[in-house]
Write a protein that binds this ligand. Structure first.
Ligand code: XMP
Length: 511
């Protein structure tokens, strides 16, 4: 059985970060909500270690997430972080209390004692704290192994039972020796070997799908985004011509994007690719529509219809491939949040295409791991590092009704902006950057004449997860160059503005 670590989620904001930090050490980690897995399942699944995540609650609060204490008797090492540390103490008879002087938040000096978890960590270092409650009296059998000025028990352990708890967050980069602590937990305490490598993943997947799908007819919806591209190349390496990729060009792509995708997959990878030029179909459906959610709905539905028509021509399909990645399958331990925008992608396909089974080759991977696999498979840099591009494409970047004329203006302006960001070598300074064609016209002057043209907004954001984002502080020189080129080179644009709103309150896309 493949070695792996369980990240038991109690609603902490860093649950994915913890799993990624573990995987960076080449140890496979899975996140499961605390209420979706029992100690018995944990044992049967063969996890080599468990990490209890943080969480926003207080252990004495009745509604706070608790867990069956028998998990601590399985003989599997456990590391509790923040709330997970308090919970471990609570489960074993320790005492938790609320800090009198309020919360301890931010970088904090940590004093550690000699202990397995702190091997190679200096006696004094910096850690990241974010808590109000703390363990006041550790449970019987536990020793205090670290403290800070405000927190008398910043870490505790029961070496005999391999139970470790830390009040601070080793997964956050501000904890100077956090990586070392995690390595100590994984390799010295859980005895992991660290053999989870992306090369092996790619090789194993190719072998697996060759054996499993070799003689089947497999269909994949290729968008040209990172996930579907990597899934396509992986399966192409496994089953070659038995894979058919359908690329629906809805006419809402960026400048030259459709041709680039077609060229890459058909010529470089020799794939069995069908490009469906469906711009007219989409534009007809979108005529007169101005409401963002309605646009999304129409595009999502039409995408399915076009794909369905194409699939019908192919005859019987055995397997439908989905580019699902790990963050799509992680369930939250504490319920779902409100839907702000409905992200229609290829989610509806399984309902309308007749097939026997679904294959999700990237289901276990985080985005950065998908990129690594893509690079190993020889996918061009522009595709592997492509910034996110929404399924409805430029339709949510042309404010109001969409017309071919408006799309043309936006495509040109957007291409110039992207080109200037690339020329300045700043593509990696920002996580997503694009132009928006607003529905505002404004007065300008060109030569001696009055103009009354369109307003283009430029948007660039810096973010880890796109749930929150800061507007990127792009250099003025770059903005000036982009603005001047756009107003000079794109007919019909007389004003360029830069969006300086973060998310929240604004979203990344304007619609
Ligand atoms: P928002 O605008 O919700 O964007 O702050 C967050 C991220 O999601 C992308 N986005 C979409 N992606 N279909 C998609 O596939 C959509 O309808 C959609 N709307 C927004 C957006 O580009 C950003 O990366």
């Amino acid at each position: 059985m493949e070695e792996k670590i369980l990240v038991l989620d109690f609603g902490g904001q860093y649950n994915q970060l913890i799993a990624r930090r573990v995987r960076e050490q080449h140890v496979f980690a899975e996140i499961k909500p605390y209420n979706k897995i029992t100690p018995e399942q944990i044992k049967n699944e063969g996890y080599g270690g468990i990490i209890f995540t943080g969480g926003p609650n207080s252990v004495y609060d009745e509604r706070s997430p608790h867990y069956d204490p028998s998990v601590l008797e399985l003989g599997i090492p456990v590391l509790g972080i923040c709330y997970g540390d308090q919970l471990m103490a609570y489960m074993t008879g320790g005492e938790i209390c609320s800090a009198k002087e309020g919360s301890e938040y931010g970088k904090t000096v940590l004093h550690t004692l000699d202990d397995k978890l702190f091997k190679g960590v200096p006696e004094e270092s910096v850690c990241w704290m974010s808590h109000t409650d703390y363990v006041k009296v550790p449970p019987k059998g536990f020793l205090i192994t670290a403290y800070t000025d405000k927190c008398p028990c910043a870490a505790m352990c029961d070496e005999e039972r391999n139970l470790y708890g830390v009040q601070f967050h080793p997964e956050v980069t501000h904890t100077e020796f956090g990586k070392q602590m995690l390595r100590n937990f994984l390799f010295d305490i859980c005895k992991m070997s660290g053999t989870w490598l992306m090369e092996d993943f790619a090789k194993r997947s190719i072998e697996k799908y060759k054996a499993k799908l070799g003689d089947k007819k497999v269909l994949l919806a290729l968008s040209g985004g990172v996930d579907s591209s990597v899934a396509a190349v992986l399966l192409n390496s496994a089953i070659g011509k038995n894979l058919t990729c359908v690329f629906v060009d809805h006419g809402l792509l960026r400048k030259d994007e459709g041709d680039f995708v077609e060229k890459t997959f058909r010529e470089k990878f020799g794939m069995n690719l069908i490009r469906v030029n469906a711009a007219e179909r989409f534009l007809t459906k979108l005529k007169g529509v101005t409401e963002p959610e309605k646009k999304r709905k129409i595009i999502g539905e039409e995408f399915i219809r076009v794909f369905e028509d194409e699939a019908k021509k192919l005859g019987k399909i055995n397997v439908l491939v989905q580019g699902t990645i790990y963050p799509d399958v992680i369930e939250s331990g504490l319920g779902d949040s409100a839907v702000i925008k409905s992200h229609h992608n290829v989610g509806g396909l399984p309902d309308v295409i007749a097939f026997d089974e679904i294959a999700e080759p990237l289901r276990e991977l985080f985005k950065d791991e998908v990129r690594e696999v893509g690079t190993k498979l020889g996918i061009p840099y522009e595709l592997v590092w492509r910034q996110p591009f929404p399924g409805p494409g430029l339709a949510v970047r042309v404010i109001g009704e969409i017309t071919e004329e408006k799309l043309k203006i936006l495509r040109e302006a957007d291409a110039i902006f992207r080109e200037e960001v690339a020329n300045a070598g700043l593509e990696r300074m920002t996580n997503q950057y694009f132009a928006v064609l607003t529905d505002t016209r404004s007065v300008g002057v060109m030569g001696d004449a009055r103009t009354y043209g369109n307003t283009i907004a430029l948007r660039a954001v810096t973010t880890d997860d796109f749930m929150t984002a800061e507007w990127t502080r792009l250099p003025y020189d770059l903005l000036e160059k982009a603005s001047s080129r756009i107003t000079n080179e794109v007919k019909g644009v007389s004003r360029v503005v830069y969006d300086i709103t973060s998310k929240p309150p604004a979203t990344v896309e304007w619609e």
